[in-house]
Design a binder for this molecule. Sequence first.
Ligand SMILES: [Zn+2]
Length: 212
Amino acid sequence: MNTQLPKASFTQLLIAANRIDPNDFQHWVFREEMRFGATGKWWGDFGQRDFPHEGIDFCLYADSDGRIFRLGDQTRIPVMHDGVVKAVFKDYLGKAVIIEHVSGQDPTDRLLSAYAHTVPVEGIQPGTEVKSGDIIATIADTRTSKAKILPHLHYSIGLPAPDLDYGNFVWNVMRDPDLITLCDPEQIIDWPHKVIHIDLDADLEIRMGIGF
Ligand SMILES: [Zn+2]
């Protein structure tokens, strides 16, 4: 399914929010398992996921020399589109922020996005209005979690059912096609990406999310 959301200037906003040099960010890097609908894990035993991936994982990028970096925890996360926060809940690796957006000409056309495995900034709670570029959270440090997974932003986007109850939002809601029709977020990301089978045991360097 295609969303009617414009391409988000997410990467551009992210670079500005974290004050790195735009020349140091050439393209996103995904392992196949980080992409939408992936069935494999990119952590732990690298086995199968219990459910196909509900979104994409922003974790890695390359600079103009092709060197690969990872996002540090504390990376500041700008929201891609104007909207209203509908739910904030614990997602095992941090917290997830659910935001609803008007998606087209008709105000009843709505889309929902999820920014997960984060530490929301103060004031981000149901009812908070957000504007594109607002910092809503930082990436949670997940290295000591049970999964021992590298810090990353999980991003999902989808079409909510008209009767979706945001009051009881948990991760499984995103897995229920009767409640949300998920879309592939790659179509709205502004920057190019490459899919590389990178070894995650390597000591990947961090330039983003190391404080100011
Ligand atoms: Zn994910």
